[in-house]
Design a protein around this ligand. Structure first.
Ligand code: B16
Ligand code: MG
Length: 220
């Protein structure tokens, strides 16, 4: 294969942001932290678990040691895993499955580049895993987006150069990471027009085959 599309997971292929929000809210309530809201949750998108915890703790009345923070991040993940148990094919975002099928038909590799350490379980439960050639996730990296590490690892796993890869992202940090890694990007989601990607669309279902030809033609 000579080209690869690297998909971010949450907000691009699946919708898990509401589940992250519910899990963080439960933790915040237990800690007596008031006011954690959906606006805060927007800043947690695409960033690591520890960076997301810092967003919650901005509203805390005391400081927490690193040991305590690690325990809190673990606790949140347990709540999140409970919620992931209900995840199924209905959690795929519009056009996700169709796009992966189309790319395989075109001989283009598909990879995932996600900050999540739960990426594999999410792909399994939504039935997308068989359509993904390689997964680069939170378990493979030490630096979060906007650092390009997660996408560079994906390219390496697929055996292609960064210039042969296109990143699909819904976050500003992810679009910056793609550019920093020398990759073209397609921004998707409600904010897609504002993210500075090379191409943009409201969701994957809106990208026609004609547009894919143009987008893929610009890669490699
Ligand atoms: P986990 P993405 C990101 O997924 C989420 O958008 C972000 O909110 C979360 O903190 C991060 O994964 C880490 O997730 O706690 O499961 O390891 O957009 O990079 O696919
Ligand atoms: Mg995302």
């Amino acid at each position: 294969m000579e080209k690869c599309v690297i998909f971010d997971l949450d907000g691009v292929l699946v919708s898990t942001d509401e589940l992250h929000y519910q899990a963080w809210k439960r933790l915040a309530e237990e800690l007596g932290i008031r006011g954690f809201c959906r606006e805060d949750n927007k800043r947690q998108r695409g960033v690591s678990r520890m960076a997301s915890l810092e967003v919650v703790l901005e509203r805390a009345e005391r400081t927490y040691s690193m040991e305590e923070k690690q325990e809190l991040a673990k606790q949140k993940n347990n709540y999140y895993l409970e919620l992931l148990a209900n995840l199924d094919e209905g959690s795929r975002l519009p056009g996700a499955m169709e796009t992966l099928r189309y790319l395989r038909g075109q001989g283009v590799a598909s990879a995932v580049g996600s900050a999540s350490k739960n990426a594999i379980v999410i792909l399994e439960k939504t039935g997308l895993l068989p359509w993904i050639d390689k997964v680069s996730c939170g378990l493979d990296i030490t630096k979060s987006k906007p650092d390009p590490e997660v996408f560079l690892v994906a390219a390496k796993k697929v055996g292609l150069k960064p210039g042969q890869c296109l990143v699909v992202e819904d976050s500003a940090a992810g679009i910056q990471a793609a550019a920093a890694g020398g990759m073209k990007s397609l921004a998707v989601g409600p904010l897609s027009e504002t993210l500075g990607g090379d191409f943009c669309a409201v969701n994957l279902a809106e990208v026609t085959e004609e547009q894919w030809e143009k987008i893929l033609g610009s890669v490699g």
